[in-house]
Ligand binder design. Sequence first.
Ligand SMILES: Nc1ncnc2c1ncn2[C@@H]1O[C@H](COP(=O)(O)OP(=O)(O)OP(=O)(O)O)[C@@H](O)[C@H]1O
Ligand SMILES: [Mg+2]
Length: 413
Amino acid sequence: MFLSHLTLEHFRNYRALSHDFAAPFTLIQGRNAQGKTNLLEAIHYLATSKSSHARAENEVVGWSAAGEPIPYSRIRGVVQQRAGDVELEILFSYRGDAGSYAKQVRVNNVNRRGVDLIGNLRAVLFLPEDVVLVSGSPAERRRYLDIALCQIDRNYTQHLSHYQKVTTQRNSLLRQLREENANYRDPGIVAQLRFWDEQLVEHGAFVLARRYGFLARLDPAARGLHRELSAGLETLQLVYQPSFDPGFLGEADYRRLANGDITPHTGRLPDSSLTVAALQETFQKKLESRRSRELAAGATLYGPHRDDLAFLVNERDLRTYGSRGQQRTGALALKLAEVQAMTAETGESPILLLDDVMSELDAQRRATLLAALHGVPQAVVTTTDWEDFSPAFRAQAQLLHVDGGVLCPASPS
Ligand SMILES: Nc1ncnc2c1ncn2[C@@H]1O[C@H](COP(=O)(O)OP(=O)(O)OP(=O)(O)O)[C@@H](O)[C@H]1O
Ligand SMILES: [Mg+2]
């Protein structure tokens, strides 16, 4: 896929932008605080219908919108796909009352749900702060997996959303039972918990199986890229760390998972005897055998919302032992691997968005990164300094300069 056009109105510091992407590589240079990250955030928004880093959606509405009769913000993009062009739009409009904004999604000018946007444009975004994927808490890594998988699979988006709702409700029941000092053997209580277990297990097993399948693609890709980035000196391993043993951690199962998607309707993993149903059974048994612990904690202790993903380099945990540079390299390898895994899953390469990625990389890593770019149909890359990119790369790219939210053609010499 290729994003051929982007329009922004009152998005962050872009009052009005209309831009045609003319080449596979776009290199945008600008001083600090001119709008480099904001532009990539806007493109990523069209892919995921969520902000990559804003805490509240309202944050992205440009201050310039205050001058409009009804303040609004708009992101619009045209994506070239095999089947033709698709026009995507996200509109935030002022509600008036509570000072909040309503979000509206349109695909080819027809109002749609946010989830319908997904899959029309797939993007992998790498921000400087993505080092937290390695150094930060497990929640960061779960969020990462969820964002990646939601772009690939609408079923995942739906199961995840159900799962999150069920977890919240199950947690409040467990909290309430704890306060009441309830007995977990009481048949009435067992029945109540069973009701929530069933839904937790149904959606949780899907989320879990899908994450395993994705990891089975991501891990070998990340290992190869990381080896190149580190000039063959380091071996990266991505290891999923489940909160309960799902019962299929063998190498062979792992490989089989990589060979096929889950067919959502039958729940089967093709080419494998493993089924989501088997996983559900294991999950249910775990819950049943841990009733007293969950009641004592007043919370759901098992399931994909408690899982983690470990980054091992030469068998040591990068989170604990990695240098800053090693952690950054690990995060970069993950993102580049995501491009490959997404391509394998969907049959189409996502676009790659790299924010200020060169500044902290040594020459070896820079060269590997530029080589990896040649595998994608479109990359939009930002920098503060033209010199961070080789003349050969610059010669191939559409070069732009951004200044105060205004984008213009550039010639850096
Ligand atoms: N809602 C908003 N409305 C208007 N301006 C905003 C809004 N949110 C952020 N900005 C401004 O946008 C400017 C550009 O931000 P951005 O993060 O894109 O800069 P950048 O070019 O990536 O800079 P750096 O090189 O420091 O990373 C900032 O000065 C910020 O204050
Ligand atoms: Mg920035």
